[in-house]
Design a protein around this ligand. Structure first.
Ligand code: HEC
Ligand code: HEC
Length: 188
């Protein structure tokens, strides 16, 4: 990127970040939970930096951005952690309540940024347990053969977003930045 262009983006990002801080002060929103990637790069799903969420829900798989699923999905998931996709992910009640609050406040049907509103609309009231089983997700991934997912030990499952999307933990899923573990860059 040329320097002048870069300076422009730095300037714009600074103005945008300043505005966001003012907005959050005004609205009392939990902006501190949102950490947008550097340079103001567009996030497909707003990342959440809540310590408890990232450490309790980011151990077995990446801590999915709450904006992938509606609040009711998160209530269902958080209401049955002892039988969590075949694993026991039970938590102490105060932490469970705290995390549920973070998830609800940042759910697909609560936030207005990135892809969340589109995801919420496409579900029209349904509350699935998995983002990977939504039609929204399938539409984006239908061209990818099982050979490079289920049959690829370095990926294993579509739920491992970060095995293919380098920016997944920052909420960035740009189709031009896909690099599939054990396969390489995706180019369709
Ligand atoms: C003990 C391990 C473990 C912990 C801890 C854990 N999970 Fe999971 N989670 C799993 C497994 C296993 C799957 C299924 C992954 C797969 O299909 O490849 C899963 C799947 C999911 C999915 C569905 C992903 C998709 O779209 O297919 C969501 C959502 C999810 N977990 C949320 C959470 C939340 C929220 C927490 C924290 C309260 C959490 N997980 C903690 C093991 C865990
Ligand atoms: C096996 C690798 C793989 C996994 C795992 C995977 N994706 Fe993708 N994803 C891709 C590829 C490849 C594309 C681009 C598809 C195309 O161009 O047809 C894509 C596209 C997307 C897009 C659309 C991007 C755009 O610019 O239009 C989103 C959003 C997305 N993925 C989110 C996710 C999320 C969230 C997860 C985890 C729950 C996930 N993906 C898991 C490979 C993967």
């Amino acid at each position: 990127m040329k320097t002048s262009k870069k300076m422009f983006w730095i300037g714009l990002t600074t103005v945008a970040a300043g505005g966001a801080v003012l907005l959050s002060l005004g609205a009392g929103a939990d902006w501190d939970e949102h950490r947008w990637s550097a340079w103001g790069q567009r996030a497909d799903f707003a990342p959440v930096a809540d310590q408890a969420y990232v450490s309790e829900c980011g151990g077995c798989h990446m801590a999915y951005q709450p904006g992938m699923l509606p609040a009711e999905s998160w209530r269902r998931i958080m209401g049955n952690l002892q039988d969590h996709f075949g694993d026991n992910a039970e938590l102490d009640e105060p932490i469970r309540q705290h995390i549920l609050g973070v998830l609800e406040r940042n759910a697909a049907d609560r936030v207005s940024s990135g892809r969340s509103p589109g995801v919420a609309r496409s579900l029209s009231g349904r509350a699935p347990l998995r983002f990977t089983e939504t039609r929204y997700f399938r539409r984006k991934h239908h061209e990818i053969p099982a050979r490079i997912v289920e049959q690829n030990p370095q990926v294993g499952s579509f739920a491992n977003c970060d095995a293919c999307h380098a920016g997944a933990k920052k909420g960035s899923y740009d189709e031009h930045q896909v690099r599939i573990s054990g396969v390489g860059y995706w180019d369709d």
